[in-house]
Design a binder for this molecule. Structure first.
Ligand SMILES: NC(=O)c1ccc[n+]([C@@H]2O[C@H](COP(=O)([O-])OP(=O)(O)OC[C@H]3O[C@@H](n4cnc5c(N)ncnc54)[C@H](OP(=O)(O)O)[C@@H]3O)[C@@H](O)[C@H]2O)c1
Length: 393
């Protein structure tokens, strides 16, 4: 099988690490040619050298000299700033892994949608911010989007070639996060270090906080809506603390198929990177149901986790609301991590920004529209954040 080249956006992050692991396990099938990072020049330089990449781009322009210095004498090209990221995305690649965190990943993800390419999409915020526009652009360009998020990857694999008309609904599972069994009072006093303790995965800070608030599952419902083209009412969430079943498809005849695997991002990653033929996994990545049992399922508690309810409302409303919700959440999570907002303030700020949004804003038609909505919503969130109910005293 031919060697496939990979461009890795978000190369220094948690998903980036999973991708690097899977590529390192399959050197005869995969090779990382280009890496993109955000701000950490030293970490990106190390990743570029370790993976044998030919080009490294850092989004933060001011880190350019440090990156160039760290790569001096290696023969690896480098650049910094928006134009360098765009250059990286345009370089030849069979597969582009989109694993930048947040709406910051939207522009590069869209630019990566070139004819014949496979995009392994971890950056769910791209679809939350501009789902219709991204899916339309992929179809127009002849690029294929494969979901790397483990729930969507499981659903994608379970679905196979079944038509949409065969499906009654889809269920995404959630671990319930570190506060699953906490009282509302205890959750109200949660500190950033509590929220960062995900029970099953070591992930970036933003998605870890989203998992603790269950906003992550709400964003994933919106992602699923655009990936699979289902109506909002056909999508559902179940809390499943063991995270062995990642997704369930209920067919119209009552059959239910479950997508299962150990909770390890490298499983979904291997599926996406093995797009032209499955890759072999090491023995530790195979599921032993006897060891994993018992498996339990429960309904999410929207009272204690209101962020999920807000995301479901935004999914139902459609138009620009998912993008507004996402922007407000990014501001709120950053404020929580910086000690400027209490944990319940995340959902409260998101709710306030969504309520203050101009009525009837349509869905973004392109990246520029989505970025404008994102910008306005962040400004509204920042201004509300400075007001009394949100200030941490
Ligand atoms: N982690 C998981 O298990 C998991 C599972 C499913 C889906 N996802 C999704 O995958 C995405 C990444 O999650 P993560 O946990 O891997 O996050 P992470 O560990 O925080 O890594 C984020 C990566 O994006 C880079 N980055 C940040 N801002 C950037 C910018 N403006 N331009 C270019 N690169 C930028 C970071 O570089 P610096 O460190 O230099 O800033 C880092 O390489 C998120 O959308 C998340 O929802 C993650």
């Amino acid at each position: 099988m031919a060697l496939r080249t990979v461009t890795l956006l978000g190369a220094t992050g948690s998903v980036g690490r999973s991708v690097r692991d899977v590529v390192a396990e399959n050197p005869d099938r995969l090779s990382i040619a280009t890496v993109v990072g955000g701000r950490d020049a030293q970490a990106l330089a190390k990743v570029a050298i370790d993976t044998g990449a030919k080009f490294a781009a850092l989004a933060d322009e001011s880190g350019g000299p440090a990156l160039a210095e760290a790569l001096a004498g290696t023969g690896i090209g480098s650049g910094a700033g928006r134009s360098a990221v765009m250059e990286a995305v345009a370089r030849p690649a069979d597969i582009v892994v989109s694993a930048i965190t947040g709406a910051a990943g939207l522009e590069a993800t869209c630019a990566a949608l070139l004819p014949g390419r496979t995009i392994a999409l971890a950056n769910k915020e791209s679809l939350v911010c501009a789902g219709e526009a991204v899916m339309a652009r992929a179809a127009e360009a002849g690029a294929r989007i494969l979901p790397l998020d483990s729930e969507h990857n499981a659903l994608f694999q379970v679905l196979g070639n079944e038509p949409l008309s065969a499906i009654r609904g889809m269920t995404l599972t959630a671990s319930g996060g570190p506060f699953r069994s906490w009282s509302a009072e205890r959750i109200a006093a949660a500190r950033p270090e509590d929220a960062l303790k995900h029970p099953n995965y070591a992930m970036g800070a933003k998605i870890s906080v989203d998992s603790a608030s269950l906003m992550n599952k709400g964003l994933e419902l919106i992602e699923a809506r655009f990936l699979f083209g289902l109506k909002p009412g056909a999508l559902d969430v179940l809390v499943h603390p063991q995270q062995i079943v990642h997704g369930l498809v209920t067919f119209r005849d009552g059959s239910v198929s479950a997508g299962m695997a150990v909770p390890d991002m490298r499983v979904a990653t291997a599926h996406c990177l093995g797009v032209d033929g499955r890759l072999d996994a090491p023995p530790t990545r195979f599921l032993d149901l006897v060891t994993a049992a018992p498996l339990s399922f429960e309904r999410p508690d929207i009272e204690r986790f209101p962020a999920l309810g807000l995301a479901i409302a935004a999914l139902g409303e459609g138009g620009a609301m998912p993008a507004i919700l996402n922007a407000a959440n990014e501001v709120a999570v950053a404020a929580f991590l910086a000690g400027r907002l209490r944990f319940p303030g995340i959902a409260a700020l998101v709710e306030a920004v969504c309520a203050a949004a101009p009525a009837g804003l349509g869905a973004p038609r392109n990246v520029e529209d989505a970025l404008a909505i994102d910008h306005d919503s962040r400004q509204r969130a920042a201004s509300l954040l400075s007001q009394a109910p949100f200030i941490v005293t």
